[in-house]
Design a binder for this molecule. Structure first.
Ligand SMILES: [Zn+2]
Length: 384
C-alpha cells in the first residue's frame, strides 16, 4: 500500500483538532479515526455471535514481557510463532490497512540487532506499514537511518511508519519530528505518516504543543499505546487527545491478571460483572456497569452489541460459564460496545472540526470538559 495524498479537510482553529483526507492506492479514509486493534478483534471471537468490525486501519499489537522479549531475541521458535500471530491477524483483518505495534517493556534497550529482528518480522508478513520503533536518544544519525529505511520500505510499495516516543526530551523530539516533516515535501516525498507513542500530556506538554503548532502539515499522525481512561475523571483518553492534531488512535493492549497473581481475593461472579467498566458515549467517560443498575438507566445504545437490549438482557446474554476467567465474555462485550460507540463519536467530532467548532464539541462532553483542567493553561483556559 502507498499513501498518495494527505490533505486537510475544513478549517483549523486555535483550539486544535484537525480533519484529514488520506488517499492511498487502496482507498481513501478520513480522520480523526479510531483504529481496530488485534485485541479488539479477538474480543469478537468470545461473543455468542460475530458482529462485523468494519474499519479502514488496524493495528496488530505484539505484547512482550521482559521474559518473552529475551526469548524472542534468542530463539528461532519465538520469532516463528510471533510471525504466525501477525499472519493470523493480517489474514483476518485483510480488508484493512495494517500496521504493527510492538508493546515492549520500558527497560528493554532496542539496539541495532533488536531493530533488525523487528523489521524482518514485519517484512515477512503482508503488513501495509512497516514500523520502526522509537530510537534511543543517544542515536545521533537519526536522519540518515530513517531516510535509508524509508527508501527501502517505499521500494517494496509499503509505507514507512517511524515511531517517536512522546516522552523523548523536548529538543530531541523537536529535532526528530521536524526532520520527519521535512521529508514529507514533494521533492523528497518519503514520509507521509509518523507514529507516536502515548505518554501523559501533563508531563510532556512541550512535545504535544509541537504537534499542535504543526497541525497544518500534510503528515498523517498515528498514536498507539493509549490508555483507555484518562486518570482523574475516567474520561476517554483518545477523545481528549484529538485536540492536539493527532489523527488516528489505538488503545493499549492489556492482560487479564488473575486474583491469585495479584494477591487479591477472587470476587464472586455477579460482582465481577457489576464492577466491569462500561463506556458512556454521552459524557465520553467510563463507569461501572453497576451504576446502570443503581440509577435505573437504559442502555440506550444501538451498537451491534447492545441493540434492542435492556440491562438485564445484556447481563444474561453475555454472562457465560464457558470462559477462561470470570467475566471474560461480559468484558469483551463491553469493550466492543466501546469500540463501536467511540468510532461513531469520532465521526461526530470530525464534523465539528471541519467547521472550526471543536471547542463547542468539548463543551458538550462532560468528560472532556473536566479532563481539560489538566491540559496546558494557555489552551485549557479557553474551555471554561
Ligand atoms: Zn453499545
Amino acid at each position: 500500500m502507498r499513501i498518495t495524498n494527505v490533505s486537510l479537510d475544513g478549517d483549523l482553529d486555535r483550539f486544535g483538532g484537525r480533519a484529514l483526507v488520506v488517499k492511498t492506492d487502496r482507498g481513501t479514509f478520513n480522520t480523526p479515526h479510531r483504529v481496530l486493534t488485534s485485541q479488539e478483534f479477538q474480543y469478537k471471537a468470545n461473543l455468542p455471535f460475530e458482529p462485523p468490525l468494519n474499519n479502514k486501519i488496524s493495528e496488530v499489537v505484539a505484547q512482550f514481557s521482559r521474559a518473552n522479549w529475551d526469548k524472542f531475541m534468542t530463539t528461532n521458535g519465538s520469532f516463528n510463532s510471533r510471525l504466525g500471530t501477525i499472519e493470523f491477524f493480517s489474514d483476518k483483518m485483510a480488508y484493512t490497512l495494517k500496521r504493527f505495534y510492538p508493546q515492549i517493556p520500558s527497560d528493554v534497550v532496542l539496539d541495532d540487532t533488536a531493530i533488525k529482528q523487528l523489521l524482518e518480522l514485519q517484512r515477512m508478513s503482508d503488513l501495509d506499514f512497516i514500523t520502526i520503533p522509537n530510537l534511543s536518544s543517544e542515536i545521533r544519525d537519526f536522519e540518515k537511518i530513517v531516510t535509508s529505511f524509508a527508501e527501502e520500505v517505499l521500494s517494496e510499495r509499503r509505507e514507512p511508519l517511524i515511531y517517536l516516543d512522546m516522552e523523548l526530551e523536548p529538543p530531541v523530539f523537536r529535532e526528530r519530528f521536524m526532520t520527519l516533516l521535512s521529508h514529507s515535501d514533494v521533492d523528497t516525498d518519503q514520509i507521509h505518516t509518523v507514529g507516536l507513542i502515548y505518554r501523559p500530556i501533563r508531563e510532556n506538554v512541550l512535545n504535544y504543543r509541537l504537534l499542535w503548532e504543526n497541525r497544518e502539515s500534510s503528515v498523517f499522525l498515528q498514536m498507539s499505546y493509549i490508555p483507555r481512561e484518562f486518570t482523574t475523571v475516567a474520561a476517554s483518553t483518545m477523545h481528549l487527545l484529538q485536540k492536539w492534531g493527532i489523527d488516528s488512535f489505538s488503545i493499549r493492549a492489556g492482560n487479564y491478571v488473575s486474583p491469585k497473581n495479584s494477591g487479591r481475593e477472587p470476587l464472586p461472579k455477579p460482582d465481577v460483572l457489576r464492577r466491569t467498566k462500561r463506556f458512556d458515549p454521552e459524557p465520553l467517560t467510563f463507569r461501572r456497569f453497576q451504576t446502570w443498575i443503581d440509577r435505573g438507566d437504559m442502555l440506550d445504545c444501538s451498537c451491534p452489541i447492545c441493540k434492542d437490549k435492556t440491562v438485564d438482557d445484556f447481563i444474561s446474554i453475555y454472562d457465560s460459564e464457558s470462559e477462561r476467567y470470570p467475566g471474560q465474555i461480559f468484558n469483551a462485550a463491553n469493550r466492543l460496545h466501546e469500540y463501536y460507540c467511540s468510532s461513531d463519536e469520532f465521526e461526530t467530532s470530525r464534523d465539528y472540526i471541519r467547521t472550526g467548532e471543536l471547542l463547542e464539541y468539548f463543551k458538550t462532553k462532560e468528560g472532556l470538559r473536566k479532563s481539560d483542567v489538566e491540559a496546558p493553561p494557555s489552551l485549557g483556559a479557553w474551555i471554561e
